[in-house]
Design a protein around this ligand. Structure first.
Ligand code: MLT
Length: 236
């Protein structure tokens, strides 16, 4: 039986051997949710980029550019990190270079550490993601982007949702995974409510922005698309 593990912070990732494993990158508020929306809108590919300056360069190379730091859109970029910005039909067929505080960083770490496959997960593509994980038959690592290397509630909740849905197919010998399932099962019927208690939701409130994003990112199965890293690009 294949295994499923949960990593609550990118800082813990070096403790895990990723060779031959599939990593699901999770940043519910909001990078992994927003990436799922971009592909549902019809974006061609997304290039995850580490830094703001590097991302800006792609403006000259047939890319739209999107950047967020500390939940705020970076000035001079085409988009920030709100899923609503990525619902714009004019994005269909476009390439997007994208950098965020935690999500794109976690993704690049998983790649640098030699993961065999990297997929993007969010409540928005929960069923489609679980179906692929069932079919691919690889050991799975659910990587929570967290907040600046610290634990966060919404990513852990989603890791628990995936692990709970797959519990018949994967062995769970990992306490982090068991804890995530317990968390999810307690709150499965009120996701929006528990996510609103998170520190990132509180951050949105303090900044007076994006409070609709929480309800949006708590929706299940908005899309059947499962973005996957191929080379340097996310595609479907
Ligand atoms: C991130 O990658 O840090 C997040 O998606 C932050 C956000 O924009 O809410």
């Amino acid at each position: 039986m294949k295994s499923i593990e949960v990593v609550y912070s990118p800082k813990l990732l070096p403790l895990y051997d990723l060779s031959g494993k599939l990593v699901v990158v999770i940043d519910i508020l909001r990078a992994s949710s927003t990436i799922c929306v971009a592909f549902e809108t019809g974006v061609n590919k997304v290039l995850p980029v580490a830094g703001i300056d590097e991302c800006l360069i792609f403006k000259d190379f047939d890319f739209l550019i999107a950047a967020e730091r500390n939940a705020i859109k970076v000035p001079a970029f085409d988009m920030g990190n709100s899923p609503f910005e990525f619902q714009n039909p004019l994005l269909a067929g476009k390439n997007i270079a994208f950098t965020t505080t935690n999500g794109t960083k976690a993704l690049k770490m998983a790649k640098a550490q030699g993961a065999k496959e990297i997929l993007i997960g969010s409540f928005l593509n929960l069923s489609a993601l679980c179906k692929q994980l069932e079919e691919l038959q690889l050991d799975v690592v659910l990587l929570c982007a967290g907040w600046k290397d610290k634990y966060n509630l919404e990513d852990s909740l989603f890791a628990g949702a995936v692990a709970a849905h797959l519990s018949d197919y994967f062995a769970k010998n990992d306490d982090a995974c068991i804890a995530a399932i317990e968390l999810y099962e307690k709150h499965a019927n009120n996701l929006d409510e528990i996510i609103r208690k998170s520190s990132h939701a509180n951050r949105f409130q303090l900044l007076h922005l994006h409070t609709d994003d929480i309800a949006f990112c708590s929706q299940i199965d908005y899309t059947q698309k499962v973005p996957k890293l191929v080379g340097e690009y996310l595609v479907i």
